[in-house]
Write a protein that binds this ligand. Structure first.
Ligand code: AMP
Ligand code: MG
Length: 320
């Protein structure tokens, strides 16, 4: 391509100016870059969101604000404790046109229900109410009450109208509870927003649901798995670009007649999961998958756990 002398001069001038600006920017930034690498400074921030304590650690000062704003947006859509949330409205009305986020998480939840031998089921809402976990007024219901309530349970009783994002219940009185998957989804949304802002290193811990984005100054993020006693550490993980989710029977439970009844319910029987394990941790790429699968693993017996692990070969599972 031939350029006139004048155009050539302009192009050369532009190139020189561009390079000069880049060099000036680099030299001005250099002390800050050197300082952050030398001091290896992390910013720590905490916030109570989605009923749990969120902790954000990142070398980037803006990371926490981005994470908290995404978690708060998801909480306003999905929390059954917020009267104006889409889930509360759907639970009251039995049919609702919802946002793409809410539609997506319900659709994914139904897929997890199908893949987990029905152990993962967001329609456990009426059972969670019956056992008193919603109000913390615990009770052991009669077998008749459980049998009646089970009629309202089953993700196959949710109708999805994909063309206009409408969710509908087949039976009046059904209720969705996204407590086992919403935090994992919120982690994924937060990570997406962080990446959009060019932030590639951040550790988010949302009360047992973790996302380790990138690394900590070149090393994997280190995570401890808590035991029943909050000071007891029962496992340790090193993560990079992975989510880890732990479901346990020590988070919410009550004791009656020498038995422990926990907040994770087997939707096939209507009774709290009781398979002699303390916790299940799932490590995988997506928060939504880790969260849903750790709840399902906690419900399933050993044989079904093994089968499920085969279905998700890219996941790592630890049972304590
Ligand atoms: P997680 O701590 O992620 O295992 O979630 C537990 C929460 O999910 C409970 O507090 C209930 O709100 C809800 N939940 C309980 N049992 C189930 C289940 N089998 N499937 C889906 N959600 C459940
Ligand atoms: Mg879960």
């Amino acid at each position: 391509m031939a350029f006139s002398t004048k155009t050539r001069k302009i192009l050369v001038a532009l190139l020189i100016t561009g390079w000069s600006l880049a060099l000036i920017y680099y030299f001005f930034q250099l002390p800050a870059i050197k300082h952050s690498l030398k001091t290896k400074q992390l910013y720590y921030n905490n916030r109570l969101l989605m009923g749990t304590f969120w902790q954000v650690s990142s070398p980037n000062k803006q990371a926490a604000t981005i994470v908290f704003s995404e978690a708060s947006r998801i909480e306003q859509l999905l929390s059954k404790y917020i009267a104006t949330s889409e889930i509360s409205q759907l639970n009251r009305l039995g049919k609702l046109k919802v946002s793409p986020d809410t539609f997506y998480i319900i659709k994914k939840s139904i897929e997890f229900h199908d893949k987990t031998f029905k152990a993962f089921d967001i329609t456990v809402g009426p059972l969670i109410d019956l056992w008193g976990f919603t109000t913390q007024e615990f009770q052991v219901p009669t077998d008749d009450k459980i049998r009646d309530t089970l009629k309202l349970v089953g993700s196959d009783k949710i109708i999805l109208h994909g063309n206009d994002n409408v969710v509908e219940f087949k039976i009046p009185g059904m209720k969705i509870d996204l407590g086992a998957i919403a935090k994992g989804y919120a982690l994924d949304c937060a990570v997406k927003k962080l990446k959009e802002h060019g932030i590639n290193n951040c550790l988010i811990n949302a009360g047992g649901q973790v996302y380790a984005l990138g690394d900590k100054f070149g090393k994997n993020w280190k995570i401890a798995i808590q035991g029943r006693n909050k000071l007891e550490i029962i496992g340790a993980l090193e993560l990079k670009d992975k989510s880890a989710s732990t479901s346990g029977n020590y988070e919410q439970f009550f004791l009656k007649g020498g038995r422990l009844y926990c907040h994770i319910i087997d939707p096939r029987t209507g009774y709290p999961a009781n398979n002699q394990i303390t916790s299940a941790t799932v490590i995988t790429d997506k928060g939504i998958t880790a969260d849903a699968l750790s709840t399902a693993i906690f419900v399933l017996d050993k044989d079904s756990q093994k089968q499920l692990i085969k279905e998700f070969p890219e996941t790592q599972i630890k049972i304590y």
